[in-house]
Design a protein around this ligand. Structure first.
Ligand code: GLC
Length: 440
């Protein structure tokens, strides 16, 4: 069974890459490699799921989950007027939270484009009374405030007939006899060209939706390599990521983990073993409450401590955290989300040195916390309050000269064995979220 699954994953990987083994190699450009390194250092970004689905206030899958007809659903566009949207204010709040980049949904599975697209009139400028180019305004705010801008782009479209129907979008009233993938691919590439030529530097294109065809009886050929190459031609430094829950395919630059830390597969979605790649920056995306798009009944937001711990554990795995917010239909960020951003920002202003620009520590995250590393320094984050006064043993790769408490510089006694295993006692007064021991 396991072997069968692995083989299926391998087949899928080859098919998905849209090419045989002959074209399988991908040599990223120098700009791209530089951009990967910059990205890997950023460690914290904000994901934004915002579109006309926000008005239904039941998450970004509303068209699919409600069983609505696509044309009835599309009428919402004519009532979309997010008069409180202020791109500069959003970016200010993200900046203050310590985020270094954002990833915004340019077009989600419902097919609505959040910029003035010539390739589809179903867009925020032409199809809504709001009439403002949201991506344009966000791009300006990001460029002005030195925030990197990534764009989410769905490979799935529940509204267009030319997108070959997968396992979703069956009840929306599409005409499957008009399915035409080459036509759809041209449409997507026209849109991507708009996004990559009109709004200045785009840090990454973040694809999603390949899971829609994961149950096809004949593996679906997404033919993505030419699309990836187009992106790299238009902006060589632009990173390509795809949320397909598998190992990186040729032409991709980022390895994405959805609601999961690298190597854990707690979701069970990882199909092909998902080898963690040393050449590709890693990114974990996670929701702040339980939903990506605004959901009025979900007020169950993670606490500041929980988010900080998530950031620590993600950094301890060498990955970035892309933390999601679902903005409201009126264009504001939910007050609870803003409160959490403030808390994370406060923590990062004090302890950011132990997160930004770090890689995974010598030892992977443990129940007591995680270790990050920068050059010859390792930061041991104790996040479990019950560890106060308790001994911990760290499997390290080198000799330690000093162990001190971050901030106060107080010395922490330690013993190191021949095999470099280091034992220390967590001081009694270790506070909750932010007890960090610096090892040199
Ligand atoms: C899943 C969801 C999609 C969401 C994405 C974010 O693919 O289907 O709605 O945008 O995750 O990671």
């Amino acid at each position: 069974m396991k072997l069968k699954k692995m083989l299926a994953g391998l087949l899928l990987a080859v098919a998905c890459s849209g090419q045989g083994l002959a074209q399988a190699t991908y040599q990223p450009s120098e700009e791209n490699i530089r951009s990967r390194a910059e990205f890997a250092d950023m460690k914290f970004g904000i994901f934004l799921h915002w579109g006309i689905y926000s008005m239904f206030a039941q998450g970004e899958w509303y068209l699919q989950n409600s069983g609505a007809d696509r044309y009835e659903y599309a009428k919402a566009a004519d009532g979309f007027y997010p008069h409180r949207f202020d791109a500069n204010k959003w970016v200010e709040a993200f900046k203050d939270a310590g985020a270094r980049y954002i990833c915004f949904t340019s077009r989600h599975h419902d097919g609505f484009s959040m910029w003035k697209s010539d390739a589809s009139a179903y867009n925020i400028v032409d199809a809504s009374p709001f009439g403002r180019d949201v991506i344009g305004e966000l791009a300006d705010a990001c460029h002005k405030q030195d925030m990197r801008m990534h764009l989410y782009y769905s490979h799935v479209d529940w509204g267009r007939d030319d997108y070959p129907m997968g396992r979703t979008g069956k009840h929306v009233g599409k005409d499957s006899t008009k399915s035409d993938y080459d036509h759809y691919m041209k449409f997507m590439n026209d849109q991507l060209t708009e996004l990559l030529t009109r709004y200045g530097k785009i840090g990454a294109i973040w694809f999603d939706g390949m899971w829609d065809h994961d149950s096809d009886s004949i593996p679906f050929d997404w033919k993505l390599r030419p699309q990836y190459d187009l992106i790299h031609r238009l902006q060589p430094a632009c990173l390509v990521g795809n949320n397909h829950h598998g190992s990186v395919l040729p032409g991709e630059d980022i390895q994405i983990f959805e609601r999961d830390l690298p190597g854990e597969n707690t979701t069970g979605w990882v199909q092909d073993g998902m080898q963690v790649s040393a050449q590709n920056p890693l990114e974990t995306c996670q929701t702040m409450n339980g939903m990506w798009g605004y959901k009025v009944v979900d007020q169950n937001y993670k606490s500041v401590d929980a988010i900080v711990h998530l950031l620590i554990n993600t950094s301890g795995k060498g990955a970035n955290l892309l933390l999601n917010i679902g903005p409201q239909p009126n264009g504001e960020l939910p007050a609870i989300a803003l409160d959490r951003l403030k808390g994370v920002g406060k923590w990062l202003r004090e302890f950011g040195e132990t997160i930004y620009g770090t890689t995974a520590g010598d030892m992977m995250p443990q129940s007591w916390g995680a270790i990050t590393k920068k050059g010859a320094v390792q930061y041991v984050h104790i996040t479990d309050n019950a560890m106060a006064g308790q001994p911990i043993t760290l499997a390290l790769k080198g000799k330690v000269k000093s162990a001190t408490v971050f901030g106060s510089g107080e010395k922490v006694p330690f013993k190191q064995a021949k095999d470099n295993a280091l034992t220390l006692t967590v001081p009694q007064h270790a506070p909750i979220t932010d007890y960090i021991i610096v090892l040199k």
